[in-house]
Design a protein around this ligand. Structure first.
Ligand code: SF4
Length: 238
């Protein structure tokens, strides 16, 4: 196994690349596109799956590879926790995708079906997909107890109304689903061969000071220094 593939296969899904715990910044494409595949963790899985020919090159692979600007921020976070440098994998992923057409490789376009169309009507075109490059990064966990399951659909709703409508639609087609937030349980609880509903877009925090309540969206993974700086500023300014 080559060294780059070793790094990719050793991602432990700690998901620390999704949290700015070092105050060094966070992967810009991940925070914009939200699907796990756009974070360093997902790109590591994607690279390994492509090299091991577990999935074909799809249209989302191109978007995922292109959206990494090789900023290297993930190296700080990943090295701190696991002593790995994911940007080496990110470079290799870009190169793999760049060379693919020249080697006569095809690019698989995603096929629509009535269920996908219905899901997209609820959450918007971008936020429901059956592309294998997205589904793959929701399909396994590095635990011997977690049996891999590749979902047919990944959906990212952005409100409770959207969650409710998505679940009604899935139930009406007898499609099993799992719901997850920032990370996975490492025990396989958030995997499903039907659909995975990722709540990572729901990152709102509402303070109800009168009632001493805070409502935290299910996509909030951690409160970073930046958050506390902002909070302090807003308290100081009245
Ligand atoms: S190198 Fe790529 S994957 Fe890593 S943080 Fe920068 S944009 Fe994200």
């Amino acid at each position: 196994m080559n060294d780059i593939l070793k790094i990719a296969r050793n991602c432990r899904h700690y998901a620390m690349c999704k949290i700015d715990f070092l105050d060094t910044g966070i992967c810009a494409s991940g925070t914009e596109k939200h699907y796990v595949s756009f974070y360093p963790q997902g790109r590591m899985d994607l690279y390994a799956a492509l090299i091991e020919k577990k999935i074909p090159v799809t249209e989302k692979c191109i978007e995922i590879a292109d959206s990494c600007d090789l900023c290297g921020k993930c190296d700080y976070q990943c090295y701190f926790v696991t002593e790995m440098k994911p940007s080496l994998v990110m470079k290799a992923l870009k190169e793999h995708i760049r060379l693919h057409p020249g080697k006569g490789g095809e690019i698989l376009m995603s096929e629509h079906d009535a269920i996908l169309d219905g899901l997209r009507e609820i959450v918007g075109d971008y936020w429901a997909t059956n592309d294998r490059a997205i589904a793959l990064t929701y399909s396994h966990d590095p635990s011997p107890l977690a049996e891999p399951k590749m979902p047919e659909y990944v959906i990212m709703p952005n409100s409770t109304a959207e969650i409710s409508a998505v679940i009604k639609l899935l139930n009406s087609h007898n499609i099993k689903y799992a719901v997850r937030g920032n990370g996975s349980s490492v025990m396989g609880f958030v995997m499903s061969k039907g659909a995975v509903i990722d709540l990572g877009r729901m990152k709102t925090i509402h303070f109800d000071e009168k009632n001493f309540l805070v409502k935290v969206g299910p996509g909030v993974a951690a409160l970073t220094k930046k958050f506390f700086r902002k909070l302090r500023l807003s308290v100081d300014s009245g």
